[in-house]
Design a protein around this ligand. Structure first.
Ligand code: ZN
Length: 230
């Protein structure tokens, strides 16, 4: 893939966030990595969506975390994307939004339980919430610390099986095999977050989907014996 193609994919993925109504103003950002080149492309900071163009996407060096070539500043969340790419080697794209339903779960500091098969098709188990960052973490490199607390939350979990997290008091990050896939997961997470809220408003004692049903739905799409959609 050329650099031009990488920037076009990242531009398209960012525009898709707006088309799907996951962001207002300049909230939200999407990136995609080229691991052979050791760079990723990410949305610039503070440019309204209507003014974005593919060549404004900012290239960031994986080794230094610094921008490579653009006149624009990279998104302020760039260090979080960098930490996730360094820790999760299979991740090819990362999305961050403040989409209202997922952000409401993040603000409530609650993981989104798996109440049904829509959730189980995409995410293995709950979508976890991180712990709150400490004062020292916020003061000493807030965006890097945000990445590190996500990685801490995924100790013992497969990030490709549950490609989403809620940062406590903040909002969701999702990821996937590329930028478009990470946006897709952000859209799905927002819908699941709404469904989970409605489920609990109808029945505050709603039970999680039984494990054998959750396993069936997840494993027919993922894992070694996947068959769904083939
Ligand atoms: Zn944010």
């Amino acid at each position: 893939m050329t650099i031009k193609e990488l920037k076009e994919l990242v531009y398209e993925a960012n525009m898709e966030l707006e088309r799907r109504n996951l962001i207002v103003y300049t909230w939200g950002n999407v990136s995609q990595i080229d691991r052979e080149r050791g760079i990723f492309a990410i949305k610039p900071s503070g440019v309204p969506y209507a003014q974005l163009t593919p060549d404004m996407m900012v290239l960031v060096d994986m080794a230094t975390g610094e921008r490579v070539d653009s006149a624009c500043k990279p998104s302020s969340d760039t260090p979080t994307h960098l930490e996730l790419y360094r820790a999760f080697e299979e991740v090819g794209g990362v999305t961050h939004t403040h989409s209202p339903a997922a952000t409401s779960w993040a603000q409530a500091c609650k993981s989104v339980p798996c109440f049904g098969t829509t959730h189980a098709d995409y995410f293995r188990g709950e979508v976890p919430v991180t712990r709150m960052l400490t004062r020292d973490e916020v003061d000493g490199g807030y965006e890097n610390a945000t990445g590190r607390v996500i990685i801490e939350t995924f100790e013992g979990r497969n990030p490709m099986y549950t490609p989403a997290v809620l940062c406590a008091g903040h909002g969701p990050f999702t990821w996937g095999k590329d930028a478009a896939d990470s946006v897709h997961n952000a859209v799905v997470l927002e819908e699941l977050s709404k469904m989970a809220m409605w489920t609990l408003s109808i029945n505050p004692n709603a039970e999680k989907l039984p494990q054998h049903v959750a396993d069936k739905h997840f494993l027919r799409k993922h894992g070694p014996n996947a068959y769904y959609g083939q």
